[in-house]
Design a protein around this ligand. Structure first.
Ligand SMILES: O=C(O)CCC(=O)C(=O)O
Ligand SMILES: [Fe+2]
Length: 226
């Protein structure tokens, strides 16, 4: 399946002027141009949440991997654990080790390709890493952050989170996105797939009771962000 979408958003240059600008060591000629408003702007979302995207049975199946895959304590920026920033346990669901999990990768890519084509038209090449299964216990959280960092995480363009736990079984542990003026809590219902650009500030609020399980992954591109 091709996941590259051709942008259907067209902007026009409506005002262009040439300026001479003096820099420290030289004079440069630069063009400053303004682009038109585009009616399609209204359709660009900050995030997309698809409730009931994964069925209860599919969530049950994904949850069985938590006991099959070795757990690590959540890392940040691929490095040492900083519990004040992130306190969760993670399991990398690698396709090589679990080829029967390919349907999860396919299902995620199917929805990401569709949602990307409808909203952002980012140039995507594939998964930036394996799927990550994350578990938060009381006290667990992940403070405000962006998913783009240096090295390979700089290739991330879209972040994906799937709510695996029944919302009745835990308290706290909400995924919040700060994409507009105010943080917005994502739907908590089991099987919800949330997709957002990886530059979006987000967090997981502190857990106070129970266990929250989520599936997290990133779709990226080999080229710069566009
Ligand atoms: O648990 C989640 O839903 C999101 C976790 C997260 O933000 C991350 O792993 O980068
Ligand atoms: Fe994140």
């Amino acid at each position: 399946m091709s996941i590259n979408a051709q942008s259907n958003v067209e902007y026009k240059v409506i005002n262009q002027q040439v300026y001479n600008i003096q820099l420290m060591d030289r004079q440069v000629e630069t063009k400053i141009q303004f682009v038109s408003e585009n009616p399609n702007d209204a359709t660009i979302s900050k995030y997309v949440a698809l409730e009931h995207c994964f069925s209860d049975q599919e969530c049950d199946t994904i949850e069985t991997y938590f006991s099959q895959v070795k757990a690590m304590t959540g890392e940040v920026g691929g490095k040492s654990v900083h519990k004040a920033t992130r306190d969760s346990t993670l399991h990398w669901l690698r396709l090589n080790d679990h080829p029967d999990s390919v349907w999860i990768y396919e299902k995620i890519m199917h929805h990401v390709a569709q949602v990307n084509a409808e909203n952002w038209q980012f140039r995507l090449d594939g998964f930036e890493s394996s799927i990550q299964l994350t578990e938060y216990e009381p006290g667990g959280h992940y403070t405000w952050h962006q998913d783009i960092g240096s090295r390979r995480s700089g290739l991330r363009k879209l972040s994906v989170s799937v709510q695996l736990s029944d919302p009745e079984t835990y308290v706290g542990g909400g995924l919040e996105l700060h994409a507009t003026q105010k943080p917005v809590m994502m739907p908590r219902s089991r099987g919800t797939l949330v997709i957002f650009p990886s530059y979006t500030l987000h967090r997981v609020t502190a857990m106070t009771e129970g266990t929250r399980r989520a599936l997290v992954t990133w779709i990226g591109g080999l080229e710069a962000y566009r």
